[in-house]
Design a protein around this ligand. Structure first.
Ligand code: CP3
Length: 344
């Protein structure tokens, strides 16, 4: 087996014994890093996502600085939507879509495409990243889950109450279902392209999957997540499902065929582990804990490491993405704590 297959990250995802949990953090390549801000002075965010050399450089930045145990390819969950006909602008107020999906024609106009034709730069970026990372650090590929992508497409950006999405859900559920199916086709193809280009694991981000009644989550969101994950099984690459706010749905995730579930910081990790037998877990320090004292960061990170030791596998992460205001010293403290932990 290659050195990469023996990495802590891939071993933990396979549920094999490891001396300590591997650590990476969501949004580890980003605005809290001065070297990222430097790159962004010369290139827009959209261009950064579409330029393999630049995307490769910012993917490597957090690995060089902190020695994380896994890298995540630099891109955005909204990037593969542009060739479908929905190009987001990234301003200071977050992503914005000029024409959000509202009527039947808008939904019908959204088209699927072969990923290698529409976003070839993602495959190219992955090849560059793999070459640079060598057999030391595994590379995570990712995509947004259909429901989370649908919230951005229908709201046209971030939202507080999701009134447009919920209006469709409660008046034209078949329209929403059709959109989720279409996005499911696209995302499965997109993730398979990433695996073919060389990623070692994949994560599906379902940031807004937690805003529904469990019955709607089960009827609408979960089936298409299951289709994507089942459709990746034959690749042999470990699959991580990060559903923010999954507490009311954990029992529904038990029989989802994935190697690992991401757990947000509002959950007690031990309870989540008990609810997800046979699965590795990833998480779950509050990203805002990095705004606290070094002592608190250490204590809370160690508590999570101890809890995680009871799972078949534990990958240390934050419970959601790191914020741009987080301090480098705080991240350093966190990484040293987790990498210095030894299981009893
Ligand atoms: O984790 C990583 O380091 C890999 C890169 C990555 C980004 N976005 C880079 C990014 C990943 C995995 C994402 C996922 C993503 N993007 C999600 C799901 C996970 C989550 O955090 O909830 C969502 C919902 C998005 C959509 C998105 N992209 C938003 C809402 C924003 C604006 C808000 C913000 O944090 O700025 C983005 C922009 C974005 N994506 C930036 C980065 C580094 C900042 C852009 C900049 O450089 O100005």
């Amino acid at each position: 087996m290659s050195d990469l297959q023996q990495s802590l990250f891939l071993k933990a995802l396979r549920g094999e014994p490891v001396p300590r949990p591997p650590i990476w953090i969501m949004r580890q390549a980003g605005r809290y890093l001065p070297e990222y801000m430097k790159v962004r002075e010369a290139i827009s965010f959209n261009d950064l996502c579409r330029t393999p050399e630049a995307a490769c450089e910012v993917t490597l930045q957090p690995i060089r600085r902190f020695g994380f145990d896994a890298a995540i390819m630099f891109s955005d969950i909204l990037t593969p939507l542009a060739p479908m006909g929905a190009e987001f602008a990234f301003g200071n107020g977050g992503p914005q879509l000029a024409r959000p999906l509202r009527d039947e024609r808008d939904f019908a106009a959204l088209r699927t495409y072969p990923s290698l034709d529409g976003v070839p730069f993602v495959a190219e970026a992955i090849r560059l990243m793999k070459r640079e990372l060598g057999d030391k650090t595994p590379l995570i590929g990712f995509a947004g889950a259909p429901f989370t992508l649908a919230t951005y497409l229908i709201e046209g950006g971030g939202s507080k109450n999701y009134e447009n999405l919920k209006t469709v859900l409660y008046s034209r559920p078949e329209l929403l279902r059709g959109l989720l199916e279409k996005l499911g086709d696209q995302i499965l193809d997109y993730l398979r392209m990433q695996v073919a280009a060389g990623v070692d694991a994949v994560q599906l981000f379902d940031t807004w999957g937690g805003i529904l009644h469990p019955a709607d989550y089960a009827a609408l969101v979960l089936p298409v997540v299951r289709r994507i994950m089942d459709g990746l099984k034959d690749t042999g690459v470990p699959r991580i499902y990060f559903l923010k706010g999954s507490t009311p749905y954990n029992h529904l995730l038990r029989d989802l065929d994935v190697e690992c579930c991401g757990i947000d910081w509002t959950q007690d990790l031990s309870l989540a582990i008990a609810q997800l037998p046979g699965k590795a877990v990833q998480g779950n320090l509050d990203p805002l804990c990095l705004f606290g004292s070094a002592e608190q960061i250490r204590d809370r990170a160690l508590a999570i490491c101890r809890q995680g030791a009871a799972a078949p596998g534990h990958v240390f992460n934050l419970g959601h993405g790191i914020l741009p205001q987080a301090s480098l010293t705080a991240v350093q403290t966190l990484v040293e704590t987790v990498q210095g932990f030894t299981k009893e």
